[in-house]
Design a binder for this molecule. Structure first.
Ligand code: GUN
Length: 289
């Protein structure tokens, strides 16, 4: 079987247009655009690029996107004070603390300080807890939300499907598994200690690869007719961008597959902005998202 390509670029464009319309409606109703504030501590080049992109795209869609650059030597107290200011600012609907933070700053202290109603990353324990409990009213991390949208766009049945998520990060693996479970999949989470990962992957109707290891998952690890969502973004020996899945081999067996680049990547910012709009609407209505 030659897989159909799940075109993240095209679907992200569709999500962006939905967000653009929602932003215009919100601005007309409330006299201000939704606000997304991104905090970056330090100068990590990858993080600088990512956060600039979040600022740029949010503004392109009519939001008030702001990137706050904080010096590498920022203290925890200074970072928490900036977060408290943004929590208190009614024009701020979404707050994102870019990770990783420099080593002297404790990630959980920063993430726990964000108002859960503005936590568009879904990393506050309240939001992670609501998702783990399968309760509505929380905000979910953007990459898994984008993956769920890809599955929905392809019309992939989730209820009753066997899903394997490779990777257990708080940003992707765990929330991805919780979202799939909330949609009634039978979910396994695999990680670096998993025995016989190949055999587990071969059972997956839906395989989500989020391990961060170039071509970890070979073509013969894919069940015939599976849907493969590749969250990985790695460089191979030749410097080429590749996913966690051996795309060329896997596409011969899968029914649907995301390419790298052009699959999950473009969905991430689109999903973040959709979540920001939802957070803004919920705050304005004084309801949980
Ligand atoms: N670093 C890489 N991806 C992300 C993300 O989605 N959110 C945050 N806060 N940091 C990141």
């Amino acid at each position: 079987m030659a897989a159909k390509i799940l075109d993240g670029k095209a679907i992200a464009q569709k999500v962006r247009e939905e967000v653009r319309e929602g932003v215009a409606r919100f601005a007309a109703a409330h006299g201000r655009p939704p606000g997304l504030d991104v905090l970056l501590v330090g100068d990590d080049p990858g993080s600088v690029t990512h956060t600039r992109n979040k600022e740029k795209v949010s503004n392109e869609l009519g939001m008030r996107g702001r990137l706050h650059r904080l010096a590498e030597g920022t203290t925890e107290a200074e970072l928490l004070a900036r977060i408290a200011e943004l929590n208190a600012d009614d024009a701020v609907d979404g707050i994102l603390v870019q990770l990783p933070l420099p080593g002297h700053l404790r990630e959980h202290r920063a993430l726990d300080a964000v108002d859960p109603a503005k936590d568009v990353d879904g990393l506050h324990p309240v939001n992670a807890g609501l998702l783990a409990l399968g309760r509505p009213g929380g905000l979910a991390p953007c990459t898994p939300s984008g993956c769920m949208r890809l599955l929905a766009e392809a019309g992939v049945p989730i209820a009753g499907a066997r899903a394997v998520v490779v990777g257990r990060s708080n940003l992707v693996g765990k929330p991805m598994a919780a979202l799939l479970l909330a949609h009634h999949a039978t979910v396994a989470i695999a990680h670096s200690q998993t025995r016989d990962l190949r055999a587990l992957c071969r059972e997956a109707d839906i395989l989500v690869a989020a391990a961060g290891k170039a071509k970890l998952i070979g073509g013969d690890w894919i069940k015939e007719g599976a849907t493969v969502i590749d969250v990985g973004l790695n460089r191979d020996e030749a410097g080429k961008l590749v996913g966690d899945v051996d795309f060329e081999a896997a596409k011969e067996r899968a029914a649907w597959i995301t390419p790298v680049p052009g699959g999950v990547g473009p969905m991430t910012i689109a999903a973040l902005l959709a979540t920001t709009l939802r957070a803004a609407e919920a705050r304005a209505a004084k309801l949980p998202p």
